[in-house]
Design a protein around this ligand. Structure first.
Ligand code: ATP
Length: 320
């Protein structure tokens, strides 16, 4: 039976990572393990920035956004020599297994470590919901809540000034934040990688909303990395009856106190990760599928196609 495990957060941070750290630490300690915090992701692992975590050191953190362990990117971790250095740091402290909270890049690091003899379990920590094997990632619903609150506020002012608000949200090539926000905010148009962006069609649609539907305002939600929203807003002002205004929500979507769903999901996933490591299992990632907490081998998980978003896209269209 293993005695010592480590935990780290890697890649972009997300609300709920702290709840996962707390769950891994407390479930681990309550199961007779010693738990170590590895600071600043794989960078801290390589440098030996590793400290014991206690029951008390993770108290009062599940309500806080960000990650108490810090996060970092270390591209050099792809080099076997760098990973060997990291493994030396773990062995020096008797750490036999690690929980890695992050995105798919962090999972690749976790898989490489497992193949080198350190069992690792990945937890999906990202607001983007871009890890295909899981229905939801830790942080997605909190980011969605932040977006919904922002769009509700923009709607008030758009309405007063006959504006079209164009709101750019995150997602890293995954359209879920935009699509879910479109449904829950009652947006007029959602633009994602899946819908594609035909500028002329969108301008036509906005003209129709103005002249035929006589709408006082319009809300367009668009995923990042699709078009320059400031330039597009100028075109809206020039080509439709609305005054176009772009808002890039940016990193506020990453912050804030995690919503109860993210805290619960993080706690369930943290528990599952510890249970897997205690059974001597590594190289897996924890997911929620159809409301059940399950795990898949990382290699398989990284190749899984994403579920179709057609039902939600259809719902959005039927709500307009
Ligand atoms: P996000 O979704 O926020 O971008 P991520 O985990 O995908 O999170 P990456 O920057 O891709 O973020 O990866 C995080 C870290 O994982 C990298 O900085 C690197 O240290 C490690 N990593 C990424 N890919 C590999 C790989 N192929 N082999 C070993 N380690 C890797």
């Amino acid at each position: 039976m293993i005695k010592r495990i480590g935990i780290l957060t890697s890649g972009g941070d997300s609300p709920g990572m702290n709840a996962a750290i707390r769950a891994v630490t407390r479930v681990g300690i309550n199961s007779g393990l010693e738990v170590f915090g590895i600071y600043n992701g794989y960078k801290g692992m390589t440098e030996g920035y590793i400290e014991p975590l206690t029951r008390d050191s993770v108290s009062q953190i599940s309500n806080r956004g960000g990650t108490i362990l810090g996060s970092a990117r270390l591209p050099e971790f792809k080099d076997v020599a760098v990973r060997e250095k990291a493994i030396k740091q773990l062995k020096k402290r008797g750490i036999e297994a690690v929980v890695v909270i992050g995105g798919d890049g962090s999972y690749r690091g976790a898989l490489s470590l497992t193949q080198m003899g350190i069992n690792c379990i990945g937890l999906p920590g990202t607001i983007d919901n871009d890890i295909t094997c899981t229905d939801y990632t830790i942080g997605f619903y909190t980011a969605l809540q932040t977006i919904v609150e922002a769009v509700d506020k923009l709607r008030d002012t758009s309405n007063s000034h006959h504006r079209c608000s164009i709101i750019e949200v995150m997602g890293n090539r995954c359209g879920d934040l935009a699509l879910y926000a479109g449904i829950t905010c009652g947006a007029d148009i959602v633009i994602t990688k899946d819908t594609g962006f035909n500028e002329a069609d969108v301008l036509d649609r906005l003209r129709e909303l103005d002249t035929i539907r006589k709408k006082k305002h319009a809300i367009v939600i668009i995923s990042e990395k699709i078009t320059d929203v400031d330039e597009f807003a100028k075109k809206v002002s020039l080509n439709t009856g609305f005054s176009g205004r772009a808002t890039v929500l940016g990193h506020i979507q990453r912050g804030g106190s995690p919503c109860p769903f993210d805290r619960l999901l993080a706690s369930q996933m943290g528990e599952k990760a510890v249970d897997l490591l205690m059974q001597g299992i590594g190289g897996q990632c924890v997911c929620i599928r159809d409301n059940k907490i399950v795990s898949y081998p990382i290699e398989k998980a990284l190749k899984m196609p994403s579920d179709s978003r057609k039902p939600l896209t259809n719902l959005f269209e039927r709500l307009i």
